[in-house]
Design a protein. Sequence first.
Length: 296
Amino acid sequence: MEFHRALALALAAHGQSLDQVARELRLRGTPISTSTLSAWQTGLSRPERVASVSAVSALEEILGLSPRQLRGTLPPRRPRGRRARDAVVEPTGRHQRWGDESQSVRHTLGKLDADWHDLTNPRPLTYRAQMHVGPHGEEAVMRVTRVLKGGPGGATRMMYVTRYACLSQAPLLTMAHGCRLARFSGDADTGVAAFEFALNRPLGAGELALTEFGIRFPPRQTDRFMEIRAYEGMRDLVLETSFNAAYTPVRCQAYYQPSPALPPRVLRETTDVMTRGDFQYIHFSPEPGIYGIRWG
């Protein structure tokens, strides 16, 4: 029997809610979030890290199962780390859009029991990113709105990955609609950050859902650009920057890169930003790749 089916049956027989089980796991020193437990029992992800497998052992005790009754259904762990780089076949295009940071992204996702597939499950059909630029030209607050479509197995969570120039502390979630923050993982050396959001309601196969969240950036940001990654099947994207009245950029450019290894191509440019105080770029049926706005 597959792990997710064995877990679902055990949970149903025991009668405890996922919140109760998550609380028991925390008390035993093997914390696993409610959203991760939900993803495990629906087959959206499975335990792979050492800490996650240890939590499965605790789950067997909590649910009154015999030793290895759940662990025995787990497939062999997928290779990780430097030695595994050549052995792991990455989903086409996803890792390439992160360039030199792809290993950090993979490692950061792994801390949340996620991998490259989770970046497009559920699939973003529309993607709107609004950046508020602070009084010194720094990235201050990002607001992200996405329409999601459930894949064949549905979804109970979504992942959001970004990079900060400085990750001295965890970013602050300022608002959320249609979802709630479950876990955060960051790599201070590279600035890569991954957010796991639990959806407010499970998303069935083919179902649509609107999600929105706002994030206040950590202090000491030095970048003068914003970027998003567009994947296959995205129908439209909207990028927008709004500028603090104390900051006047000389120009703004919207750009596109098929991958970080290729030079950016300017899509739109203006030197008349402050007549409105903002800059927008809208694209329907975008090609997969990196889209961004830079200012200065």
